[in-house]
Each structure stands twice: as C-alpha cells, then as structure tokens.
Design a protein around this ligand. Structure first.
Ligand code: SF4
Length: 216
C-alpha cells in the first residue's frame, strides 16, 4: 500500500470512527485499505468501501465477509482469481456503510492513481460494483456522468482506452433481497473478464449487450 494512503487522515469523521473502533475492536485493521491482486492486471475491480467485519477487519478488500465470498467464488469459477486487481472507491470504512459525497471526493486521488496505472494496458477494463463506484470511476477519469449511466450489465467506453462494465454490488443486502443473483453476478464479471482478455469471448457472456442492462 502506498505510504500516503497508509497515513491518510483526510476524512475527520472517519478518523473519529477509527478511534472508537480501535477500542471496540483492537484486533481489527481500522485503517485505510489499499488494493490487492495483480498490479499489472488489465482488470481492476472497484467496490464501494471496506465493510466493518470484512476488509476493515482483515486489511484486504473483499475478504472476510459475504461480499468477498461471492466475489472470490465467482472469480475462482472463472479461473481468474489471481489475475485481477481489487480495490474500493473509498479506502476507509464509511459511517453506517454510506460514504459522504465529500469522502468519496477526498479519496479520488487514490482511485485516479490506480486508474492511471491501468490506462494504456491492452484491454484495460474496470468492473464497477454499484452506482457509487461507477460514478467515482467516471469522476476520476474526468468524464461527466450523463450519457454514461450506471446499469447492471452495461458496458461503457469512458475514454483513456478503458472499458467500464457495471454490476450491482455483490453485497449481502443485494443477494438476500434478490436484486443480484449469483448467475447475474457471474455474467457481469464474465463480461468484464472478456473485455480484459482474461476469458475467451466465445464462452457464454449471459446475453448482455453493449450499453444495455437493468437500471440500478
Ligand atoms: S477515505 Fe480516503 S481520503 Fe478519506 S481518510 Fe480514508 S484514505 Fe484518506
């Protein structure tokens, strides 16, 4: 993890929360969580933010909770678990799981750096998990959100040679309410993996079409 990220204290509300959590959960990570995975991968998966008992406990995005279980089981089924990079739009645990707009903005520099590393690679692709991640990626790329709206399964071309694929976030809430099924999720992840050249396009991409998808 970059030192600047490890030492970041920009969001005071989140720092106050960490101070409380270090007392309540002294064994938890309780700090900014950086990216994991292959830093040279053409596929960057961008989630929302660390979960309290997941990444905020382990120090690694999408580990230790239901969201991570579904993401990694899906990546494993597609045989790409070790060939992607995974991060979050907001690197610190948000209050009540909802980052304030200012906190998303404060964290843009770190996401921008991750996208800059990705840009220029052949088949550079971002899989955005949820609307907030989608919007954060567009903003970090300097692209307006109108004309490139979030929709589950949709694929966009926001520029800088990067393809952007959307999926509903693989949260327990979305899976328990039926908003996102494992099949729906695998279709979206597969689509991103095909864009990134990690999975052959001849396999079933779930019938998803460019620019299409369920509004989310
Ligand atoms: S959310 Fe991002 S900008 Fe805010 S304190 Fe954490 S790392 Fe820094």
């Amino acid at each position: 993890m970059p030192r600047a990220l490890a030492d970041c204290r920009r969001c005071r509300r989140l720092q106050h929360q960490f101070n409380r959590l270090r007392v309540q959960y002294p064994d938890y990570w309780n700090r900014p969580v950086g990216a994991i995975g292959d830093p040279m991968s053409p596929l960057l998966i961008v989630g929302l933010a660390p979960g309290l008992h997941g990444a905020n406990r382990t120090g690694q995005p999408f580990t230790g909770d239901a969201s991570g279980d579904l993401l990694f089981s899906t990546l494993t089924e597609l045989e790409i678990a070790g060939r992607v990079q995974i991060t979050n739009a907001v690197k610190c645990l948000p209050v009540s799981n909802k980052p304030a707009g200012r906190e998303v903005d404060n964290c843009q520099g770190y996401l921008r750096a991750e996208l800059a590393q990705l840009a220029g690679r052949p088949d550079a692709t971002v899989l955005a998990l949820g609307r907030i991640a989608h919007n954060a990626v567009l903003k970090a790329l300097g692209k307006p959100q109108n004309g490139c709206r979030f929709a589950h399964g949709a694929q966009h071309e926001p520029g800088q040679g990067i393809a952007l694929v959307d999926s509903y976030h693989c949260s327990r809430y979305n899976t328990q309410t039926g908003r996102l099924t494992p099949v729906m999720f695998q279709q979206a992840v597969r689509r991103a993996a095909v864009c990134a050249g990690l999975v052959l396009s001849g396999s079933d991409a779930g019938g998803l079409q460019a620019g299409s998808g369920a509004n989310g």
